[in-house]
Design a protein around this ligand. Sequence first.
Ligand code: CAA
Length: 390
Amino acid sequence: MTIGIDKIGFATTNYVLKLENLAAARNIDPEKLSKGLLLKEISIAPVTEDIVTMGASAAASILAEEDKQAIDMVIVASESGIDQSKASAVFIHGLLGIQPFARSFEMKEACYSATAALDYAKLHVEKHPDSKVLVIASDIAKYGIGTPGEPTQGAGSIAMLITSHPRILAFNEDNVAQTRDIMDFWRPNYSTTPFVNGMYSTQQYLDSLKTTWAEYQKRNQVSLKDFAAVCFHLPYPKLALKGMRKIMDKTLPSEQQAQLQENFEQSILYSQKVGNIYTGSLFLGLLSLLENSTTLKAGDRIALFSYGSGAVSEIFSGQLVAGFEQQLKANRMEKLDSRTPLSIPDYEKVFFEEAELDENGSASFTGYENQDFALAEIVEHQRTYIKVEK
Ligand code: CAA
């Protein structure tokens, strides 16, 4: 049975921080960010946006009514959850009006868990070929002001519909995962921002890539020559570029090396303007590749490298389905360019604003009229989400 991605959607926030402005404010050479990290701008989430609102928005952009009737599982992968108990998937199930006899839950392992969600969705569809599974990767990446991670923040969601009649990417049966118990990046319950061993995390990312790729090639009897493109987890595009260089096979014909490199460039375009979206960033890379590459064709095999700190990594692949182009959007860049730029003081106010609860545990919010979905109020500690009527 063929199982894979039938639809893929993306949502981010309406605010953007231009990194040249951040560089000036932090007294950093702007080229450190534009060339050293390969980043241009990052999406900034106000207090009315979170993993629920962005996840609902990404999913709403792809789902038809018949999908909502067929979906019997909603999985949200995230490392920026809004509740330790109730899953964001349950809120999203309600906001989207998905039929009630569905399983909805959240998964966590840093930036990796969306890949585990896809694995689980695949197993579910294998058993229930008529069902559709909605997998959402949704996160807000937030580091401290003035930290090395600050320019690599971001916010966004990817939604994928997994079915037995995929019109975009058919998964292969070739996944190879690796776990190593390390402390490269983590966020204890009492902290709103993560603790990061920055350089160590980059070494672990690259070493996990090298060793998982070697094992993947051995187990599946394949090599880079069998792939049209490789997508990487994108904490910031420069690290993925180092990954691409690490696995590049210099014995391949120069045209194929150039094509792999060219497709890599297409895969980082959206991340360069959105920043890190943690669980979704690998799939934002896939979306960017699919919507911007001019050379990809049906049957091409694409490898995906997933990495979540802590750390779990996985490499898997899929084959492009004939007609995949028709499932994609053409105007994604225009939409990104229409976000409202924030000054540095506004960014610091907007991004780091916390809900101020009164003595009853309530707060109400304004200024969300341009969002698709919003956190409108908190009433006695209960978050109330709305679909914004426009
Ligand atoms: N002009 C051009 N380039 C410059 C420059 C200048 N003036 N000054 C510095 N650079 C280059 C550096 O040479 C370096 O490039 P190379 O890596 O090619 O050598 C690059 O800019 C970055 O500079 P630094 O090495 O000084 O590093 P940094 O201070 O920017 O910090 C980081 C980098 C530690 C990764 C930091 O961004 C960070 O802590 N990020 C958060 C953690 C992270 O993203 N880790 C990635 C792996 S973990 C993961 O993948 C999970 C996840 O999503 C978080």
